[in-house]
Design a protein around this ligand. Structure first.
Ligand code: HEM
Length: 456
């Protein structure tokens, strides 16, 4: 009797396994997952519903998708999911055991609270002039003749801003190293869109050694005593914490990693969004015109204040629409710690999961004409992004982007500074967006600009 019951139970469980997305023999869905993953998952969601399985070679993952999945993850995330297991390759590559992004539970909360002030928008607001000066210096080097790839131009700006604003150290000599290191590290360990052998290439090894050198220098220029002559930065907060609780981050590599994190977490993400934003403006001359008027008004006064920055309207809405339309973190990676049921299907402990956080960004029930770039969505009366569970460009739950407010203020400021300084031409003028999914989705290298007119 017991066996029959058990069999029935097993059968019942099997029936409740989420459906498997069709894929190629052997490869499964590997090619789709390494390409435009957001688009692929949206199509599968429409076909299979809010929970389904995908396969990449021998790895099988469960996808949770749609508004209900976002709401479930936001509410119950810490109960059923963990980050640690999915960062194993990343940790091994850096020789670390504890980092903010791979911790869970109370330790994560504690560490996050210690670092929070170092990632806050205040780090930008205290140094607005410096942030603007970096953009102006870079823009001054842009060619009027030779087109240059936009994503790379934005990476150069953001790296220097993160270095100076968040760690009080100029990473200027390390720009190319950071770009190469971050690209290969992310693609081989997190998204696994690229094979691991790339991490053995001498160019990668050299860039990695240089980035470690940068992080050591960043730490060495800070003492464990808070300095009175400036506001404490991220590294000051880190070192204070290490002093209070040396055993929390006992490995030297973990401290070095903490000094690298703003670059690894912030560069490609913020640079991708800024590049997508510039593309959107150059494709919509009417919005570009409104944004330029606003940018000129921002710089019409001699002093730039946080208050003026907060009052930007068009540029804030353009930023929101870019984050919606071109989400650069289409999925979160997690593993299941406690079995649970979702939408009638059972998900077992140990299962790798992809939470397709940005999938609702392109569903017409939440955003009418979802593929149309429309900044009126954010105007009073519409505010489509305020519907719970439908706008998640910065993640959800306990690991919600710690640089979110910083990035949301920095991106419009950078764009305003650029629009005030130069008029840009897109090259080729009829460029149609193609997305390079690595390291994070960004306009591909063919999206280039040159300076059409110097305005300052
Ligand atoms: C528009 C630009 C950005 C986007 C779209 C973005 C997106 C994200 C997302 C989706 C996560 C969650 C990852 C997860 O749950 O697995 C995250 C985490 C994080 N981000 Fe960002 N990010 C951006 C910019 C930045 C910047 C500029 C910084 C640094 C100044 C930063 C620092 C962090 C940190 C430290 C975490 C880890 C938080 C934790 O684990 O508790 N991000 N970001």
């Amino acid at each position: 009797m017991n066996t029959i019951l058990q069999q029935q139970k097993n059968h019942h469980r099997q029936a409740l396994r989420p459906p498997l997305a069709k894929g190629l023999p052997v490869l499964g869905n590997a090619l789709d997952l390494a390409g435009d993953v957001g688009d692929f998952l949206r199509k599968k969601y429409l076909e299979l519903g809010p929970v389904f399985r995908v396969r990449a070679l021998n790895r099988e993952m469960v996808v949770l998708a749609g508004r209900e999945a976002n709401l479930f993850f936001s509410k119950e995330g810490t109960k059923y999911f963990a980050s640690r297991a999915v960062w194993q390759d990343f940790n091994a590559q850096l020789g670390i055991s504890r980092s903010l992004i791979n911790m869970d539970g109370p330790d994560h909360t504690k560490y996050r609270n210690q670092l929070k002030p170092g990632y806050s928008v205040a780090m930008l607001e205290q140094n607005l002039d410096q942030a603007v000066a970096i953009v102006r210096q870079e823009v001054a080097t842009w060619s009027t003749i030779k087109p240059q790839p936009v994503f790379n131009l934005m990476q150069r700006i953001i790296i220097q801003q993160l270095g100076l604003l968040i760690t009080n150290y100029s990473p200027h000599e390390y720009l190319d190293d950071l770009i190469l290191f971050s690209r290969i590290l992310t693609a081989t360990t997190i998204g696994k869109q690229r094979p691991k052998f790339l991490t053995y290439l001498p160019a990668y090894q050299r860039a990695k050694a240089r980035v470690f050198e940068l992080a050591r220098k960043v730490i060495a220029t800070h003492s464990t005593e808070l300095r009175g002559d400036r506001h404490p930065d991220l590294i000051d907060h880190l070192l204070q914490f290490v002093k209070q609780e040396p055993e929390f981050l006992s490995k030297q590599e973990d401290r070095i990693n903490a000094a690298m994190t703003p670059f690894l977490a912030g560069v490609d993400t913020a640079a991708s969004v800024t590049a997508f934003l510039l593309y959107s403006l150059l494709k919509h001359p009417d919005i570009l015109e409104q944004a330029t008027v606003e940018a000129n008004a921002l710089f019409a006064n001699d002093t730039l204040t946080p208050d003026n920055l907060r009052k930007l309207d068009v540029l804030q809405r353009v930023t929101l629409e870019t984050l919606r339309m071109y989400p650069i973190a289409p999925v979160l990676f997690r593993s299941v710690t406690v079995p649970f049921e979702f939408a009638g299907y059972r998900i077992e402990a140990g299962q790798r999961v992809l939470i397709a956080i940005s999938l609702p960004h392109h569903l017409p029930e939440f955003y009418p004409n979802p593929f149309q770039f429309d900044i009126e969505r954010y105007s009073k009366g519409r505010e489509e992004h305020r519907q719970p569970g439908v706008f998640a460009p910065f993640g959800l739950g306990s690991h919600l982007c710690l640089g979110m407010n910083f990035a949301q203020a920095l991106i419009p400021l950078n764009i305003a500074t650029i629009l005030h300084a130069v008029r840009l031409s897109m090259v080729p003028a009829n460029y149609q967006l193609q997305i390079d999914p690595i390291p994070t989705p960004s306009p591909n290298k063919k999206f280039q600009i040159r300076v059409a007119e110097q305005l300052e």
